[in-house]
Design a binder for this molecule. Structure first.
Ligand code: ANZ
Ligand code: ZN
Length: 798
């Protein structure tokens, strides 16, 4: 009788032991740089509901590769933290009438408990929470760096406003309902269709409300200065194709020409179609004929000028040449307004001047909300009237680096670096009002401050930063958590420059320690959702490049390798609260153990697909683990050498398959191969060496179970997770099969193939007799003679 496997006891025991042994907390400073592996999963925002099974799927996918790399000799650093600032947490806090701070305290605790229960190899000594003053002081510092470099500015602009979130949004947070995975809603919260007059609606990423346009003063980061570099960098990095494509399209670099039709300038990417241009359209909210005619420079024909809704105000020149013969939208417009359609062949020409346009716009970072890092800027009315700003004295001559003027920046001054953080005060009335100002604007005790320039009365900025600023740099912070960041010289050739300029600036600390970061960065593997293609992933690349340009880090791209995982669904549908089909991993961990859950979600389907979680499936996986347990606790010794040989073959083939598949994130087929091996062992028996290998192959997927078998059952002295990943012996892989021809009374009756290891005479002859085609000719007859030619032929004489 075997004792039943107690997953509670085993999993708790090893989780405690691993932590005590610091198995997942590397010495970040004194380590061999060539061996480090920074294994990063996008940190989650701690929601009230806690982790769902989709998180378990994605984070286990990341953990598997971390464990695999560790067993392959890497020193792995795998951190976890919380994206705890932002509207998600705030909205929930508003709903339940509690302060976001209290809510986040609770939800992060719950997340930690759940993550720990999954048994991932996280370094729990180095976590971050973006809403921690110790973290967001550096988010504010980042803002100051942007300002110093002329990359943070304030301007009045037509911006996207979500009336439900009561704040402005960045362009990247505005998308089609489908992209947002939401049903479109109007301002009153009513669900509406995806389209309005044929045009697809644009909604808020978070809540699906159709965005409005408003003219507001807002803070921007000048990401457009980096458009070309962001494009260029895409060629140097190894990312999932769809994400690279999404970034390329979002940046949307278009080379075209600006051509003059009398006094109207149009932007076109198809100057070769100019002969077929039959009208001009300028931006406007209504379609209407202006009464004006202009000359087409290609043929001197007079063509009408219209206003058209589909022509965008702030793209190109805000005017187009209408070529209905070659452009669908122009055709639709021409048909509707009965304009001429002329189709002449394309013709190369040199009208106009070259112009490059980008789809990318500057990143709008200010939010009229409470739960975020206060923007560390101060506004002084009287300095503004005198035209003074922080950097360049009087405004007249003031230009920042890169030629950005400070127009509109009169009276604005950054908070002194040594006064950071600008702490977010605890207030009760944190609900947004939607009047264009954040809740902090109602708190004079927060915003009343002395002007850094004239010492008169001034006010702090009361907008806070978007949560995507918080997450744009967290990976630079992780390795240095808990370490001294006052000695932060860069290694490498750029270090001298940096230390000199920092000394000159009197800076004594950075958010990270470069002695540590040079060991770990850039991130070796970034694992995360593709939904962040043009949000987080673009912002993080931009911020990283700015830090590089400031000489504060020594790598330009933060994530040379990114893997976009898929999304788990439940019983055929996307998991969502409204459908009530969100799977909470707790229930399954309680009932089956985390190993079973991990193995199940990894077996479900491809890591970049849409695997479907079904309760019946996890039952099956639980049975599988019990079956494997029996291999270790019951007697399954192979009966003879031949049987053991067979299992040996299978083991080496399995090692090869699992090794190759894990490297390509094909976890489901790795697990299938392990299952086959288990079947083979059941059939032919095993020995301790093979059982050890099996435990190692299982270790990335079922870390507790594998450890228990490895140490407790097989008695190994140290952890399976730091054992050397098994290697396969190629001699077991060669397919040295032999094909036998079978004759009955000298006549060819059949042929079959055997493995050379089965090559004993008796075996081959009995196989021949079992062959259906052969047995037909043997039926009712007596075999008089068996002729056997090894490796070739059998002749049965009857
Ligand atoms: C003539 C033409 C003929 C065009 C043709 C296209 C096809 P992308 O590729 O997105 O950059 N365009 C220019 N400015 C516009 C604006 N402010 N609002 C709306 N459309 C605008 O688009 C460039 C093309 O979009 C331009 O080239 C112009 O139409 C239109 F067979 O000019 B084309
Ligand atoms: Zn919204």
């Amino acid at each position: 009788m075997t004792i039943a496997y107690n997953h509670h006891e085993v999993e708790n025991k090893w989780q405690e032991k691993w932590e005590k042994d610091k198995l997942y907390s590397p010495d970040v400073l004194n380590t061999n740089k060539d061996k480090t592996f920074y294994n990063l999963w996008m940190f989650p925002y701690p929601s009230a509901e806690g982790l769902h099974a989709g998180h378990a799927f994605a984070s286990t996918g990341s953990d598997v590769i971390g464990r695999f790399m560790r067993m392959n000799g890497k020193t792995v650093f795998q951190p976890i933290g919380y994206d705890s600032f932002g509207i998600h947490s705030e909205n929930y806090a508003i709903k339940i009438g509690e302060s976001p701070k209290e809510v986040v305290k609770r939800t992060t605790k719950n997340y930690e408990r759940q993550m720990r229960a999954l048994g991932h190899g996280y370094d729990w000594t180095r976590t971050v929470a973006t809403s921690d003053p110790d973290y967001y002081r550096w988010t504010q510092w980042l803002f100051l760096k942007m300002w110093e470099k002329g990359l943070a500015y304030r301007k009045k602009a037509e911006v996207n406003f979500c009336s439900s979130c009561k704040t402005v949004l960045a362009d990247e947070q505005v998308m089609t309902p489908k992209q947002a995975g939401k049903e479109a809603r109007d301002a009153s919260g009513q669900v509406i269709g995806d389209r309005l007059q044929g045009e697809e609606l644009r909604v808020c990423e978070r809540c699906g409300t159709v965005v409005e346009k408003r003219d507001l003063d807002q803070w921007f980061f000048k990401i457009t200065d980096y458009a070309d570099r962001l494009l260029l960098g895409l060629e140097k990095i190894d990312w999932s194709k769809r994400v690279v494509l999404a970034q390329r399209e979002w940046i949307g670099k278009k080379e075209g020409r600006v051509i003059e039709f009398d006094d109207i300038k149009v932007f076109t990417t198809r100057p070769d179609t100019i002969n077929s241009a039959t009208f001009i359209a300028v931006a406007g909210d209504k379609d209407k004929f202006t009464g004006k005619f202009v000359t087409n420079p290609a043929n001197n024909k007079k063509i009408p000028v219209w206003q058209a809704e589909y022509v965008l105000e702030n793209y190109g020149t805000g005017a187009i040449m209408g070529v209905p013969a070659y452009d669908e939208r122009d055709m639709a417009f021409a048909k509707k307004h009965k304009l001429e359609v002329v189709e002449l062949p394309f013709e190369e020409n040199s009208f106009g001047v070259k112009q490059t346009n980008y789809h990318l716009r500057d990143w709008l970072v200010s939010r009229q909300r409470y739960w975020g890092a206060p923007i560390p800027m101060i506004y002084c009315e009287s300095c503004a009237l005198k035209g003074v700003n922080s950097q360049c004295g009087t405004l007249k001559e003031s230009t920042l680096e890169g030629g950005n003027t400070l127009q509109g920046m009169e009276g604005w001054f950054p908070v002194d670096e040594k006064d950071l953080p600008v702490e977010l005060p605890d207030i009760e009335d944190f609900k947004p009002e939607g009047n264009g100002r954040g809740p902090l604007a109602n708190h004079a005790e927060f915003w009343k401050v002395k002007c850094p320039n004239c010492k008169g009365e001034a006010r702090r900025e009361t907008d806070v930063m978007d949560t995507f600023v918080d997450s744009s740099w967290y990976f630079l912070r992780y390795p240095s958590v808990g370490s001294d960041t006052s000695s932060t010289l860069l290694g490498g050739p750029r270090s001298k420059n940096v230390s000199a300029s920092r000394e000159a600036a009197g800076i004594s600390r950075l958010p990270w320690n470069n002695d540590i970061n040079t060991n770990w960065l850039p991130v070796d593997l970034y694992f995360g959702g593709a939904e962040h293609s043009v949000l987080h992933l673009m912002y993080a690349r931009f911020v990283n490049m700015v830090m590089y340009d400031l000489g504060l880090i020594d790598h330009e791209e933060p994530f040379p390798k990114f893997f976009a995982h898929g999304l788990m669904i439940k019983d055929g549908a996307k998991m969502s609260k409204s459908r009530g089909n969100v799977v909470n991993p707790d229930t399954y961990i309680e009932k089956y153990g985390s190993d079973t859950l991990r193995l199940y979600v990894m077996f479900l389907g491809q890591m970049d697909g849409y695997p479907d979680f079904r309760d019946s499936g996890i039952e099956g996986m639980s049975r599988f683990i019990k079956r494997v347990y029996k291999l270790y606790t019951e007697d399954h010794k192979a009966k003879n050498k031949e049987d053991l040989e067979k299992v040996c073959f299978k083991t080496h083939q399995t090692i090869k398959k699992v090794t190759e598949d894990i490297k390509e994130f094909k976890y489901n087929t790795s697990i299938a191969a392990i299952m086959e091996l288990v079947n083979t062992i059941y059939e032919f028996g095993t020995d301790n060496r093979i059982l050890k290998t099996l435990a190692q192959l299982l270790a990335p997927f079922t870390p507790h179970f594998a450890e228990e078998m490895w140490r407790t059952v097989l008695g190994s002295p140290s952890s399976v997770h730091i054992s050397d990943w098994p290697e396969f012996d190629p001699k077991y892989l060669v397919s040295d099969t032999v094909t036998y021809v079978v004759q009955v009374n000298g006549k060819l009756r059949s042929q079959f193939t055997v493995h050379s290891s089965q090559n004993t005479k008796d075996e081959v002859i009995s196989l021949a007799k079992e062959d259906e085609k052969v047995s037909f000719w043997l039926e009712g007859k007596e075999i008089k003679k068996e002729i056997f030619v090894a490796g070739k032929l059998i002749n049965l004489v009857v």
